[in-house]
Design a protein around this ligand. Structure first.
Ligand code: VGL
Ligand code: ZN
Length: 208
């Protein structure tokens, strides 16, 4: 069975010191490295939030808006984020402790300034695909483990899209390999993923 690990947005921007730091975000790095080193996976894939400097999810692009307020983007409700993960800046780079040499495929997302893209598979309008679903089909992936940052945003939407867009693939969440922005959001995200058929597991089950 072809098994893949999908590492979501393990970037400086989402780790302590980053522009959109997730509490304890860098704690996922040793979990990712242990899973990579275990030999359990046939493929290691990493997504990378990769925004232009004028991305419409940034509060800085909206008159009178502050980060973490709701606003609008292209006529739809949108969380206003601090400027983060701007292309070719250190904030967008993978965490320096991550074993990036082991990554087989990088999927960038969030390039279109007019729409956000929490999922590594498609934008928040579910219109433009990134191509990751096609890549996983081409590689005949049968089991996909998802982990990274942030549980309540990009991890959640990526895992839900994997179930939706890749029927027949077993999708699991590596719970100890994730950290979230908002505790209530994390609880809701876990419930949604579980309800959608995502198996919630600990990394130890892959390291045995
Ligand atoms: C993310 C908010 C904005 C994430 C990305 O990686 O979870 N969250 N951009
Ligand atoms: Zn972003």
């Amino acid at each position: 069975m072809t098994k893949a690990l999908l590492l979501i947005d393990i970037q400086n921007g989402f780790c302590p010191g980053g522009n959109l730091a997730v509490p304890d975000g860098d704690a996922v790095v040793p979990v990712a490295n242990a899973l990579i080193g275990s030999g359990y996976y046939d493929l290691i894939i990493a997504s990378q939030d990769w925004h232009p400097a004028d991305h419409g999810s940034f509060a800085s692009q909206h008159q009178g808006k502050a980060p973490f307020e709701m606003g609008e983007l292209s006529g739809k409700p949108q969380m206003m984020w601090p400027d983060h993960c701007v292309q070719d800046t250190p904030d967008a780079a993978f965490h320096p402790g991550l074993d990036t040499a082991a990554i087989d495929h990088v999927q960038r997302k969030g390039l279109d300034p007019s729409v956000d893209s929490y999922s590594a598979f498609r934008d928040n309008d579910r219109a433009a695909l990134t191509g990751l679903d096609r890549y996983l089909r081409e590689k005949r992936v049968e089991a996909l483990d998802v982990m990274g940052l942030a549980t309540d945003y990009c991890v959640r939407f990526s895992a839900l899209d994997a179930v939706d867009m890749l029927p027949g693939i077993k999708v699991a969440l590596i719970a100890d390999g994730c950290r979230g922005i908002d505790p209530a959001g994390v609880e809701q995200a876990l419930a949604e993923m579980r309800a959608a058929g995502v198996e919630i597991v600990e990394s130890a089950t892959r390291l045995a």
